[in-house]
Design a protein around this ligand. Sequence first.
Ligand SMILES: [Fe+2]
Length: 228
Amino acid sequence: MIFRQLFHQESGTYTYLLARRRGGEAILIDPVLEDTDKLLKWIHELDVRLIQAFDTHTHADHITALGALRDRTGCDTVIGRESYAECATIRVQDGQILDIDGLKLQAIYTPGHTDDSYSYFTDGRVFTGDTLLIRGSGRTDFQNGNALAQYDSIFNKLLVLPDSTLMYPGHDYRGFTMSTIGEERRYNPRLQVRNAEEYARLMSQLVLPNPRLMDTAVPANRACGRAA
Ligand SMILES: [Fe+2]
């Protein structure tokens, strides 16, 4: 299995590349537009062929490379069916399993950060987008975010995975690169709550500035990264 993680410094975004073998098919999760050339070079060097580019949700803090990658490689662009992005060529739904050259990737609908947030599970790893972050969780105060829905997504869809599941988030701002489900269950301060209401109260008390790119990134991302 080929598995790589790329960090986009300016937005703190992680992009993941997955493929089962050299010479085979590959996917990218949450590619950033500014990294397009770098990603294509990497794909070439790893001797894989990009067939699908995923966004875990409509991002507000960076512009997606989905459209650019589709233009340059002919890959499919994948997003949840709840998304407002009209440009996606594949719209996944909860429980759907995508087969990438024998690598089975399961879509898990995990709304809360946004109403189109998905996590993806494969082979002992879960990609949690902005639903569950390392020792944190994605904000729920815009883009149809909902803290009660996020509680349900985290507790009933992600924390039910085995403790040993490796967890890879959509972002990190403190230098962490990965965690496990068991570690987050025990040490994530947002998860030390008794119920959904307590979680929602905690989330409502966060005071966060709007992302700098929000006004341009959200409309652009609904068009897979092209100016809207
Ligand atoms: Fe996000």
